[in-house]
Ligand binder design. Structure first.
Ligand SMILES: C[S@@+](CC[C@H](N)C(=O)[O-])C[C@H]1O[C@@H](n2cnc3c(N)ncnc32)[C@H](O)[C@@H]1O
Length: 269
C-alpha cells in the first residue's frame, strides 16, 4: 500500500454494504456490477475473446464484487488482492455467493506472482490502479500485467475520472444504513491535494453493534492518484500495448460520475 495506513483494514468489515450507501439499496450496487460485467463481456467479445474459455486475473479484486459473478462466465478467475482483510472477506463471501472456479492470492500490482502467460484477460475495477502514485510504479504494474498475459491477451482498467468529476462535484450527504450486524452512520468528504495530483477521500464511520450496542468509530482515508485519459494512453503506449482504446466518459450510474475504461492488447511476440 502506498499510504501510511491501510484504509481497507477496517473497511473490509463493511465494504460490501458501503458501496450502496448512497441510496441504502444493495440492489442498485448489484445492478451496477451486472452492467459492468455485461459491458466487459461485450468489449471482449468484440475483440474475439470468449470468456468461457478465458482465465481472468482481477487485480485489486477486493471482496470479490466482480470476481464472483465473472467466474460464472469464465474458465477461471484469479482474484489478486493485497489487503489481508479484504481477501479474508472475499474468502468468507465465497461460502455464501454462487461462483465458478476462483483462486485467491494475497498480492497486488507490484508483487503479482501469477505465472507468466497465464491470463487471457487482466482486469482491475474501481480505482485499484489509482493507489499507485508514482509513474514508475504504474509502469512496473503494467509491465507485470504484460508478463502475466498470454500473447494477444487483453487488459482492462477502470478508474474514476476525477478531473471531470471536479466540475460536477457536490458535497455528499451523510448516510445511514443497517447491515445484519451494525447500524452504520457514514460521512464522506474529499480534498484535492493539487500539487501532488491526489484525490483524497475521507470516510468517517460509526458502527453500532446491534447485539452488544457497542459503538466503534473509525476513518478510512484513501489517497487516489488523479490520472487523465491522455496520461493513461501514454503509459500503455510506453509499456508497449497494442490496440489501446479508451472509453473516457464511461458512466455506469449517474451518481458514480465519469469513469475511464481503458482496454489494450498485449502484442503477439
Ligand atoms: C475500491 S476497492 C475496489 C475493489 C474491487 N475491484 C471492486 O470493484 O469492488 C480498491 C481495491 O484496491 C486495492 N488496492 C490498493 N492498493 C493496491 C495495489 N497496490 N495493488 C492492487 N490492489 C490494490 C484495495 O485493497 C482495494 O481492495
Amino acid at each position: 500500500m502506498n499510504n501510511s495506513s491501510d484504509p481497507y483494514e477496517k473497511l473490509a468489515l463493511i465494504y460490501d454494504t458501503i458501496a450502496s450507501s448512497d441510496k441504502k439499496d444493495l440492489k442498485r450496487m448489484q445492478e451496477r456490477t451486472e452492467r459492468e460485467i455485461e459491458s466487459l463481456n461485450i468489449l471482449l467479445k468484440k475483440r474475439g475473446i470468449n470468456l468461457s474459455k478465458s482465465v481472468v486475473v482481477d487485480i485489486g479484486g477486493g471482496t470479490g464484487r466482480i470476481a464472483f459473478p465473472l467466474s460464472l462466465l469464465s474458465k477461471k478467475v484469479i482474484l489478486a488482492e493485497p489487503s489481508e482483510q479484504m481477501l479474508e472477506k472475499a474468502k468468507k463471501n465465497s461460502l455464501l455467493i454462487q461462483h465458478g472456479d476462483i483462486e485467491f492470492r494475497q498480492e497486488g500490482f507490484l508483487d503479482l506472482s501469477v505465472p507468466e502467460e497465464t491470463a487471457d484477460v487482466v482486469i482491475s475495477f474501481c480505482d485499484a490502479f489509482l493507489y499507485l502514485h508514482q509513474i514508475k510504479e504504474q509502469i512496473a504494474a503494467l509491465e507485470k500485467i504484460k508478463t502475466t498475459l498470454k500473447p494477444r491477451g487483453f487488459i482492462l482498467i477502470d478508474v474514476t475520472n476525477h478531473f471531470s468529476n471536479i466540475k460536477r462535484y457536490k458535497v455528499p450527504e451523510p448516510s445511514f444504513w443497517q447491515t445484519n450486524q451494525f447500524k452504520v452512520s457514514y460521512y464522506l468528504s474529499h480534498e484535492v491535494l493539487a500539487f501532488k495530483g491526489i484525490w483524497k477521500v475521507i470516510e468517517n464511520f460509526s458502527l453500532k453493534n446491534i447485539e452488544t450496542k457497542e459503538i466503534e468509530h473509525f476513518d478510512a482515508v484513501h489517497h487516489l492518484k488523479m490520472v487523465s485519459s491522455t496520461e493513461l494512453i501514454l503509459l500503455f503506449e510506453k509499456v508497449g500495448f497494442n490496440k489501446i482504446e479508451l472509453y473516457p466518459g464511461y458512466n455506469i450510474r449517474e451518481e458514480d460520475g465519469n469513469r475511464i475504461w481503458i482496454i489494450a492488447q498485449k502484442k503477439d511476440v
